[in-house]
Design a protein around this ligand. Sequence first.
Ligand code: MN
Ligand code: MN
Length: 454
Amino acid sequence: MKTNLWEKYSDEKEKAVKEFCDDYKKFLSECKTERECIRYAVSEAEKNGFKSLKDLIEKNKKLKAGDKVYAVNMDKAMILFVVGKQPIEKGINIVGSHIDSPRLDLKAKPLYESQGFCMLDTHYYGGIKKYQWTAQPLAMHGVVVRKDGTKEDIVFGEGNDAVLAITDLLPHLERDDRKDIKGEDLNVLAGNIADQEAKKSQFKNYILNILKKKGIAEEDFYSAEIEIVPAGPARDCGIDESMIIGYGHDDRVCAYTGLQAIFETEKPEFSVMKLLVDKEEIGSVGATGMHSKYFENAIAEIMNLAGQYNELALRRALNKSNMLSSDVTAAVDPNYVSPFNVETDAHFAKGINFNKFTGARGKSGANDANPEFIAQLRDCFDKEEVVYQFTEMGKVDQGGGGTIAYIMAKHGMNVIDAGVPVLNMHAPWEIVSKVDVYETYRAYKAFYKMPINN
Ligand code: MN
Ligand code: MN
């Protein structure tokens, strides 16, 4: 086993880790939905000199080397691009992560009554262990869009707010396995006061009256996107404070580290891009997922404004690019060692993690990173003294998983999975190591300077 990074780091570097992770915790605490992540990224991008692609197109502004551009897709996905000195068709160094996380979504008709309670009906999103979402404080984040197009952003359950909760049966009355909680059991307690004026549905009406004061009618939930997420901030974890526990490290930890890396990339030799995508947890589908043509179209627009667009040049740009599919992996868990091969799997405090293959069983559904590309990355990271580990996820035939890597590889570009090891992945509260977060940020920064010779 390589040295634990905490032993390797100087006092000065430990201070840098702490500062970086304090900012990361703030981001993670405030950005619990895709839209909240995009709002953060747009505001930080503008502070760092990025211009809106939409505005540039409208004003027909030309782009030159060193210019910084961002484009937002339906408020749930985004690209950030810095034009390189070399023509874009020579390739782009891309870091791509997803900003959707497992959660419970409110149904389109969420409000109902049961046993003198007003309840909210949910349908979970992504791979969750259902029992983990019961008996703990929950918050509600999202947006309601009215027929007239006006929007109401909703954040309820944070700071000093009241919180929401999903009940679980007491052990005294439990006969079956507690883990046998069904999707339809995940109903949120919304209230318990009756509206005396209402002729029927008194408990539901009491809640509807509260919503009415915010200008929200029951039918407005048809055009809403409301996510039930764990309430409260990300926090330091461990007596030594070496870790961070928070909601949605998968994959906002890679989104955040990649964003900081591109913000610090000035006048690169080859163009660089940061991708923030939605829907990875449910197969990268839809207009905002990685399968969408949106990202190719945005590159075409950027090449056009740089005076470099034609269909062949676009295809060459995609074909010659390098990509870090920046997504988390599972770290060896001291409580559950048996699903892991401790020799070949990822460990905390050993740096950014690379997976040549993801997938399941005989590598089904995987992306395969080319060894020529991997060799180039090793050279790049060794020169910058980035600490990394090359691993698999769990024992052979134990399970598996995928990322957006194989989708980008379809363009013929070099792609490898690269991200932060996580404990409790997909639980309401996930855990990462602070030094791995910092080393991942350093790796993305080094990658953005790497020459492309594909
Ligand atoms: Mn992920
Ligand atoms: Mn995931």
